[in-house]
Structure formats: structure tokens, C-alpha cells
Design a protein around this ligand. Structure first.
Ligand code: ANZ
Length: 840
């Protein structure tokens, strides 16, 4: 047989698709001759990929994995009578382009355009069935306009505010990072040290949506791990708030949050976070020096550092609180194991039943009061460590004898009754620090009045001039008029952040300061984080050229929600949570009819290098898709990536296995050619009919469940069978096989279809149909020997070939044990009877 001439065939079909607009998104509404609008009776599928950040390095082999999976689904749904929306675009703001600009002086716009062009070439080379008319880049001014518009909607709804926050400042990157972007005190991108600083920031109040974000997860078809990750990030905690009066201060009290109200009688001190606002008010003069010194030293420590450190530190404030039920005096301490940003920033310390409090009490010689005993008969508390389990209350007055659950309820009820507390739900989720002091992002569309000193005539001054003393009234933000959007970035030559925490845009004075009605104003110089653009791109794909709205309500109704979203698990929390938040806000504002954006979510597993390690330049184990396509063609890359293993699994690249799919492709091409060359049509024999129908059933079901590797195996078996028929390949079998392979290897599919005498693309040809009665599997159980000794059994279809038999045998541990690591010398396979593997 001949090799398949992919290098001529693949570009040919890519041009065909382009010329014929094959993948243009269908209209879901059309007008009848009498002007009535009718909706498409077909079902719809919105198939979405996580759009790429167009880096300078181009695509890596991880991109085509998810993109091929979604493309198979898009192509399959077109063939099963669905209207399909399958778009792609570019997440093109972000740090690398800016870093490159800082290093080389090249404007990020230029680098971004070049990178996008390269990515687009690569995606087109791979034959993905995107509707390129829907393409958007988050950096397009027409896109920025609507990102800024959404920010203004958030602002007007009271969900965007300025706040002096203790932020994660990364000096090396010259920017503030979100909590989510800091891992072990280092920036997620680049591993640079991060310190805490107070800075004026824009913050989005995602916490107001904590409950909705948690509840909305129910009913989504998402990987369980991702749901759990989101739930944990939101971190709903049900407990009690308890108010302690401050001794001798009628005007002050300390509110704590606890999940163990049952332990209230075991409280021996309170601990406030060092940054708690009451600290300066409670601290007595004699303790002031110690407290001030402690507050200073802890202020630079990250939350993670503070909570993970075993060695507890703290200082006594000199103040006392009053126990709400016993009226005892309780010392108030500060300690940095209590976080200022969680709960109320204050805890009631119960050393007997909380490990952290136990360590702290031991270190500072504070009292320990045991108020919970084990329910187990004869169980003695060791008193060498905290007893943190649930049990029964003791030493707790009227609450003695209650179980932990009962005591929590009873004590909370009692506190409510005396107005000293009540039930409370707290979330771990923090508000989203939304400003960045960088150039390459969307300008935040807000400006502020500028004040000048009293003795200065404002008509004679110009804040753009050096030395012109003035104050920007950050307390009086004014949103940019929606009609004036987009607010574009200024042209600059130097993109470095510099040391002004207001960011590099602060240096673009011509842009920053402007006069309106004779008054001076200053623009916000912070830009949005890269997450902003990816929060709503799936909406813009509906309606990418709309200049009057972010997207039309009709298109929202016609296409949303996304039916299948494919992308990496690294976005499990951040992108997917932020996007859901914006979506829920737009839902509340009436812009979408759908409460959640992404109905089904699938993560492709990471592709490792051939050494089983993560691909990286420094390891030299990176596989470049361009090279694979050059050597074997796009279809081979697509087939291989789908054949490597289950989509979600992490799996190593094995160049030797690429040869396997190349052989399959050649065989399939030859089988079709041999059907075409038949002078008269060959009738289907019984065996071929059965294999064909079983394959059609298997491939259909496997695509539905996205089990692509097993679908390809099934097609390999069918192709091998048809190969054995030599010049007697039935036309029908060749056609059906061609249709089935086409979502995976679309160029090969179109070429074979054309050889079989069709002059139109098969992209919308009805999918294969199988006869269930012909699919009843005739299986046999056969013994498997290794070097003549029986090591196990396999159940295979009666018509399974040697390849399938060996593949099945390798899944049986007792057989694998004998073969693993040895060289297979010979395989003897008697269909329906025996498999004998000879190894050395
Ligand atoms: C008294 C107590 C007794 C507690 C006991 C636990 C066991 P989650 O589930 O994470 O919500 N806590 C409250 N606010 C805190 C803060 N800002 N920084 C550090 N710790 C804080 O845990 C809630 C528990 O964490 C609260 O319940 C409180 O300690 C502590 F036997 O209060 B507990």
C-alpha cells in the first residue's frame, strides 16, 4: 500500500473549508417570507475551548489535546443534526507581552499581533472547525469597550469599590497580585518573593456572591475535584458569633467567630489578630511598647506563613474581656495565628479543645479548662494535647451533659436571648483585588477630581507640569460616561512599572490629567488583571462585532449556556470562579437568562515529556506540534493525542506510538482506495456486517462519553479487518468508516469521502446508524500463556484480532507481571482458542 500524502491533502481541505465557509455558525432564527421570525427546530451545542494566551513560544502539544477533543465533539454534533457554535479567540492581555516590551521596547500590541498570527496559523494547520468569523481578542478596542462597560455595571451595582488593602506586592513584577496568584509567598508566575503592603486598590465584592457561587455548583456537570476545589475556596463555615464586653470600657466589645460555641465555658483568653482595629484601644500603657513592636514584626508575614507556623507567637495587651455567661475576667492577647481577614479577626481561645490555642497557652503559661469529654466509656483525656473531637459537655453549668451538637445549639440560643451573639455563616472567600499597576491591561474607567492648595488659582495651574502641587480626590470617584468607552491606553515608550505604586500609567501625564468644564481631573492609573477579559469572552463570541451591546439578548437566548467547556484543571478555581461571578451579576442585571455559564466542564490531562516529566524548555523534553505536523501531518497528531489514553488522564508523549496511528491512517486510506477501485460493488459478508455495526455502536457511544481512545481502537480493529479483505472491501463499509473517522482526522475523512464519489464536504452528512440486533457481541474466553504456561484468561470478541487480544492480555496483572520489562519474541494467536506470548 501507499503512504498517505498528507502534506498535499491537508492544506487542500483547509482551503476548501475556508472558501466554502463550512464552519460558519448557523442562524438560530430566520424570517419567513411574511416576515415572521422562526426559531431553529434543531438542538444547539455551544462547544467552547479555554482560549489561549498567545505566548511567543507558540502552541505546545497540550493545546491540541483539549482543542481536538472539543473539535471531535463539534464535528460529531454537526453530523447529528445540531446547530453548533464553536469559536476561538485570544486572551491577549498579560504579563509576558509586557515583560518583553520592557526588555526590548517593542510595543505589546506588536508582539501580541505577531503571536496571535502564529497561533492562528497553527490552529488552522490542525484543521479545527472553528468559525473564524467569531474570533475575538481581549485586547481589541471593541472588546475592551465592553469589558470596561461590565466593570461600570459592577461599579453601579456597588460591587466595585476602592479600599486600602494590605496587598501582596511583588517588587520584581512591580505589581499587586491576588491571593490566588501567591503560592508559598512567591508569585505564581515567575516565583518572585511577595510582601504585604497597604495600598489603595479596586476590589470586586465577590464575597457578596459567596452563597450563590456555592449553591450554583449544584446541577452542573463538572469534574468532582473541581467542584470540591471551588467549594473549599468559597469555604462556607457555619458557626456562632459571640460578643465579649471589654472590661472597664462600656463603649467597646470584641466579637469572635467560632465553630465550637459548645466550648464557651473553656475560654481562658481571647486572641486578636495584630491588625485588629481594637488593638490600639485595648492596649494598656505598660504593654504598648511590646504590642507595637509585635504588630510591626508580624505585619510583613503572609497569611500562609502565619497559619502554618507551629511556633506560636503573641503578646498580652493588658486589657480584659468579660465572659458573657460567667462574667469572669478574661485576658486579651494578640497573636498572628489569628488572621485579620477571616471571621471577625478575633477568636475565643479554648486551649483544652483547639490545637493552636493549646500550643499558645502552653508557650505563655495560660490556663487550660477542660469542658468536653469523650462519649466513649472509660476514655480518659490525656491532657498532654488538646481534645478536639466531639463529645459531651462538662464544667459548663446548665449545659453539662449535652452532646457537642446539642450544646452548640443551646449555647447559641442562650447568647441570642441575652443579645450577646447568634448563628453566623462565614466564608473563606476574600474580595477580589482587581487592580494592577501595569501597562498591558484594560484601563479602569474611573476618574477623580483634582484639588489644588487654597492659595492657588485653579485656572492658572496644570497638574501635568512638574512641581504643580495638587491632590487627587480618590474619595470622589467618577465613572467614565458609557458613551465615552472604550477608554484606550496611552502611547508610552517605557512600559516598566517603576516604583510609583500608582503604576506606570501615572507617568503618562497627558493621558492621566484632563480638563472638563474648566475643572481638572485625573484618571485612574490602575489597569484590570488578566482575568477580566476571560470572565466574559464566551458571551462576546455570540456577537463579536456588536458595537451597541456586549451581546444581544436573542443570541444569549439562542446559544447559552455553554454545553461543553474544555480546558486545563489549573483553572479549576480562579478563572472558573471569577467568570461565574461576573455571569451571576450579569444574570441579576437581566443581561442573560441563564444562571450559570458552563453546563458541562471537562479537563484534559497534562501531556508529559517522553521522560514522564512535565515538558519544559530547561529539560529539553518539549514536543513541538509544528514538527509533528511536518513529519506526520495534522490528522496524525490529532489521532495520536486522542489515542494516548483517556482524555482526563496525565500521560507521557511516546513518539513510537505516533507511528501506530500513522499506520492506521495509511491502512484506512488504502482500504478506501481499494473499495473505490472495485469494478462492481462488493456485497457485505456476515462477518464484516457484524464488525461494522459493532464498531458504529462503539464509536458513537464512545464519542458521546468522550472516550476517544477506545473509539479509535475500535476503528483500528475494523480497519484491520477490512485490510484482510484485500480487493474485496465493500463500499458501504468504506463509507461508514470514513464518516466515523472524520471528526478525529477530518482531512483524511474529506479526502476519502471525495474518493468515494461525493462532491460535497461530509461535515454535515448524517452520522452513521447501526442496527442494535447486529451488535450482539459474541465473546469467547480464552487462556493466555506466557512461554507456554497459563497465566490468565481474557474475554474478547470472537472476531478480535491478535492486536486486540494482546492489548486485553496486558490489562491482566498476572499476565503483565510475566511480560513487563521483557522482550516479546513471538506471539502465537489462535482466534477463539489461545494466546501464547513468548518472552525473553
Ligand atoms: C473557639 C474554638 C474552640 C474553635 C475549639 C475551634 C475549636 P473554620 O472551620 O475554618 O471556620 N478562628 C476563627 N476566626 C479565626 C481567624 N480570624 N484566624 C484564625 N482562626 C480563627 O474554623 C473556625 C474556627 O477557627 C473558630 O472556632 C476559631 O476557633 C478559629 F475547641 O473558636 B474556634
Amino acid at each position: 500500500g501507499t503512504g498517505y500524502p498528507f502534506s498535499q491533502i491537508e492544506p487542500k481541505w483547509q482551503s476548501y473549508w475556508k472558501k466554502h465557509h463550512t464552519f460558519k455558525t448557523p442562524d438560530r432564527r430566520s424570517a419567513t417570507p411574511d416576515g415572521q421570525i422562526v426559531k431553529s427546530p434543531r438542538k444547539k451545542k455551544y462547544i467552547l475551548d479555554m482560549f489561549p494566551y498567545p505566548s511567543g513560544a507558540g502552541l505546545h502539544v497540550g493545546h491540541p489535546e483539549g482543542y481536538t477533543a472539543s473539535d471531535v465533539m463539534a464535528r460529531y454534533y454537526r453530523m447529528t443534526a445540531h446547530d453548533v457554535l464553536h469559536p476561538i479567540g485570544w486572551d491577549s492581555f498579560g504579563l509576558p507581552a509586557e515583560q518583553f516590551a520592557i526588555n526590548t521596547g517593542t510595543h505589546p500590541e506588536i508582539t501580541t499581533a505577531a503571536n496571535i498570527a502564529n497561533f492562528k496559523r497553527q490552529l488552522q494547520m490542525l484543521g479545527f472547525s472553528y468559525d473564524w468569523d467569531k474570533e475575538v481578542a481581549t485586547t481589541d478596542v471593541g472588546y475592551v469597550k465592553w469589558t470596561q462597560w461590565i466593570f461600570l455595571q459592577l461599579y453601579k451595582k456597588g460591587l466595585a469599590k476602592q479600599s486600602e488593602v494590605s496587598v501582596n506586592w511583588c517588587p520584581a513584577l512591580g505589581t499587586v497580585l491576588a491571593n490566588e496568584e501567591v503560592i508559598n509567598g512567591l508569585s505564581e508566575r515567575g516565583d518572585h518573593p511577595v510582601v504585604r503592603l497597604p495600598l489603595r486598590q479596586w476590589v470586586l465584592k465577590i464575597t457578596e456572591y459567596a452563597d450563590r457561587l456555592e449553591k450554583g455548583l449544584q446541577g452542573l456537570d463538572w469534574p468532582a475535584g473541581t467542584m470540591v476545589a471551588q467549594e473549599q475556596w468559597i469555604g462556607k463555615s457555619e458557626g456562632t458569633e459571640i460578643v465579649f464586653a471589654v472590661d472597664g470600657r462600656d463603649d467597646q466589645n470584641v466579637t469572635v467567630f467560632t465553630t465550637r460555641a459548645d466550648t464557651l465555658f473553656g475560654v481562658t483568653y481571647l486572641t486578636l489578630a495584630p491588625e485588629h482595629p481594637l488593638v490600639p484601644l485595648i492596649t494598656t500603657p505598660s504593654q504598648k511598647d511590646d504590642v507595637d513592636a509585635y504588630v510591626t514584626t508580624t505585619s510583613s508575614r503572609s497569611d500562609l506563613d502565619r497559619t502554618s507556623n507551629k511556633d506560636k507567637t503573641g503578646v498580652f495587651t493588658g486589657g480584659y474581656a468579660i465572659h458573657p455567661l460567667t462574667n469572669e475576667k478574661i485576658p486579651i492577647w494578640i497573636g498572628d495565628y489569628v488572621l485579620g481577614s477571616y471571621g471577625t479577626g478575633a477568636v475565643m481561645a479554648v486551649p483544652a479543645h483547639d490545637e493552636r490555642d493549646f500550643e499558645f497557652a502552653k508557650k505563655f503559661g495560660l490556663d487550660v479548662k477542660w469542658v468536653v469529654e469523650s462519649k466513649e466509656e472509660g476514655h480518659e483525656l490525656s491532657k498532654e494535647e488538646a481534645f478536639t473531637q466531639y463529645g459531651v459537655n462538662v464544667n459548663s453549668g446548665e449545659f453539662n451533659g449535652l452532646t457537642t451538637e446539642e450544646a452548640k445549639k443551646a449555647i447559641t440560643a442562650k447568647l441570642s436571648e441575652i443579645s450577646a451573639g447568634g448563628s453566623k455563616i462565614t466564608y473563606k472567600l476574600r474580595d477580589w483585588v482587581f487592580s494592577r499597576q501595569r501597562y498591558w491591561g484594560e484601563p479602569i474607567p474611573i476618574y477623580f477630581p483634582v484639588d489644588f492648595p487654597n492659595d492657588v488659582d485653579p485656572t492658572t495651574v496644570d497638574p501635568k507640569m512638574d512641581g504643580c502641587e495638587h491632590t487627587i480626590r480618590y474619595d470622589k470617584p467618577i465613572p467614565v460616561d458609557e458613551a465615552d468607552l472604550p477608554l484606550k491606553l496611552p502611547e508610552m515608550d517605557d512600559f516598566s512599572p517603576g516604583d510609583d505604586p500608582a503604576g506606570c500609567l501615572a507617568r503618562a501625564k497627558e493621558w492621566r490629567y484632563f480638563q472638563k468644564d474648566g475643572k481638572w481631573y485625573a484618571r485612574e492609573t490602575n489597569t484590570m488583571p488578566q482575568w477580566a477579559g476571560s470572565c466574559w469572552y464566551y458571551f462576546r463570541f455570540l456577537d463579536p462585532k456588536n458595537d451597541d451591546a456586549a451581546f444581544s439578548p436573542e443570541l444569549d437566548e439562542d446559544w447559552m449556556p455553554v454545553d461543553l467547556y474544555v480546558g486545563g484543571a489549573e483553572h479549576a478555581v480562579l478563572h472558573l470562579l471569577y467568570a461565574r461571578f461576573w455571569h451571576q451579576v450579569l444574570y441579576d442585571l437581566g443581561y442573560t437568562k441563564h444562571p450559570e455559564p458552563f453546563q458541562k466542564l471537562v479537563h484534559q490531562g497534562m501531556i508529559l515529556g517522553s521522560d514522564g516529566e512535565k515538558m519544559s524548555k530547561s529539560r529539553g523534553n518539549v514536543v513541538n506540534p509544528d514538527d509533528v505536523v511536518d513529519a506526520h501531518g495534522a490528522d496524525a497528531l490529532r489521532l495520536y493525542e486522542m489515542f494516548m489514553g483517556p482524555l482526563e488522564a496525565v500521560k507521557p508523549w511516546q513518539t513510537s506510538q505516533v507511528a501506530g496511528v500513522v499506520r492506521f491512517q495509511n491502512k484506512l486510506y488504502n482500504v478506501v482506495q481499494s473499495a473505490v477501485q472495485n469494478e462492481s460493488d462488493v456485497a457485505m459478508d456476515e462477518e464484516t456486517t457484524k464488525i461494522l455495526h459493532k464498531t458504529m455502536k462503539k464509536v458513537t457511544e464512545d464519542i458521546e462519553s468522550m472516550s476517544f481512545n477506545t473509539a479509535i481502537s475500535a476503528m483500528m480493529v475494523l480497519t484491520n479487518h477490512l485490510t484482510t479483505l484485500k480487493d474485496k472491501v465493500p463500499w458501504e463499509a468504506a463509507e461508514k468508516l470514513t464518516l466515523m473517522v472524520s471528526p478525529f482526522a477530518p482531512h483524511l475523512g474529506e479526502e476519502c469521502w471525495n474518493l468515494l464519489g461525493h462532491d460535497k464536504s461530509l461535515a454535515y452528512h448524517p452520522w452513521v446508524e447501526y442496527d442494535e440486533a447486529l451488535c450482539v457481541d459474541n465473546t469467547v474466553t480464552i487462556g493466555v500463556q506466557v512461554n507456554g504456561k497459563k497465566r490468565g484468561e481474557i474475554e474478547i470478541s470472537v472476531d478480535a484480532d491478535q492486536e486486540v487480544a494482546v492489548e486485553q492480555a496486558m490489562k491482566v496483572q498476572t499476565i503483565l507481571n510475566q511480560v513487563d520489562g521483557k522482550e516479546v519474541k513471538k506471539v502465537i494467536f489462535v482466534p477463539g482458542r489461545i494466546l501464547n506470548i513468548i518472552v525473553k
